[in-house]
Design a protein. Sequence first.
Length: 445
Amino acid sequence: MQDVVEKVYEQVVARNRGEVEFHQAVHEVLESLDPVIAKHPHYAEGALLERIVEPERQIMFRVPWVDDAGQVHVNRGFRIEFNSALGPYKGGLRFHPSVNAGIIKFLGFEQIFKNALTAQGIGGGKGGSDFDPHGRSDAEVMRFCQSFMTELARHIGPSTDVPAGDIGVGGREIGYMFGQYKRLRNSYDAGVLTGKGLAWGGSLVRTEATGYGAVLFAQSMLSTKGESLEGKKVIVSGAGNVAIYAIEKAQQLGATPVTFSDSSGYVVDEAGVDLDLLKEVKEVERGRVADYVERRPGARLVTGGSVWDVPGDVALPCATQNELDGDAAVTLLRGGCGVVSEGANMPSTPEAVEAFQKAGILFGPGKAANAGGVATSALEMEQNAGRTRWDFATAEAKLTGIMTDIHDSCVAAAEEYGRPGDYVLGANAAGFTRVADVMIAHGIV
Ligand code: NDP
């Protein structure tokens, strides 16, 4: 790293002690900026780098709620409003016991550049809570969501900050939060949350968008080599929203996904994943991956090791951050993997990314490859503002166009800065310059 960039990184580490995921995300972006700053030194003037790594606002609050047995629990809520240069803060809410300020900050920071890549006029933010929805009744989840929104409502709005879902936050949670927001504000601001139900302002394709987008990104990367997903064996991690729809799109494009996972283990189904059964188990019953294996002859559940031990042509990490480390990357490469498209946020550790890049395979980083989710959220906002609703084909065509544009912007930026085929540099450089140009135009704010 150049001195000027290194100094900014050191300040981030000193100022945000112990927030290792945030340090990791900042390091990855700043490292990519070396050739950008070398070519355009003005991006390092006016403390622009120092400003871009500091959230505009950080909100942390108490979320008290009562369980079905009458016991009172206290969780912690977060909303990091990171950067509003390009538009209202936009980014999901994560409910998972591992959530802390550093995780939300890393996700918010990534979101700035991801949202810039979509070219849809959205800033970057993220939020959530250390609440664990697993094993909680609908009534408990509702009371939690209502308490969470009671505080969050005063900070958000259709032109201010527009949250969506993430790990642990799907249609049910968005519904409970929207209900509480509407009640508190006495206003039907459909555009205040995305990922809504179709009957109350949601968009077709939003549910599918992140997983579909990650697969479309893999297809675009393959097309640069004159190849496609047709006939490829695909290794998928996760069994939530992103994983399920990545599997669906991969199947539609003629590939064969053979794995998925959750925190209890991973499933190998060499005949190809039975998507209807997986949806039934995960979306309807809210079950575990073991429930799939019980009903699917030939599928096996593995509770030790890692899903990345399974050989395949394409890997789609769709669970969580740092789920794919350097050793897993080496195993994947040995198994013949030539494409990695990140459905999750920062699922590959820096060692894994280095291994993929050294091997020269196609590697699509999450901030580009999983941008289809937020892009379709922006399409939802557009439909809400216009009081209109597009059919599935129209929304999907827009998503496909946006993913192609993101891919092409990454390719062009990687070429411009002398590292053709480096999607990490391409995504960071293209996203950063879009935000930085507008921050410069807005003055020192
Ligand atoms: P879901 O909650 O729907 O699913 C998450 C899946 O990953 C579950 O199968 C879960 O298993 C597994 N998982 C989560 N944490 C862990 C962990 N620590 N160890 C092992 N398995 C884990 O979330 P999404 O599918 O929405 O999100 C997945 C990833 O995609 C996240 O990184 C998210 O930030 C990213 N993303 C999501 C977008 C969206 O639109 N939903 C948009 C862009 C990125 P279990 O149930 O056992 O915890």
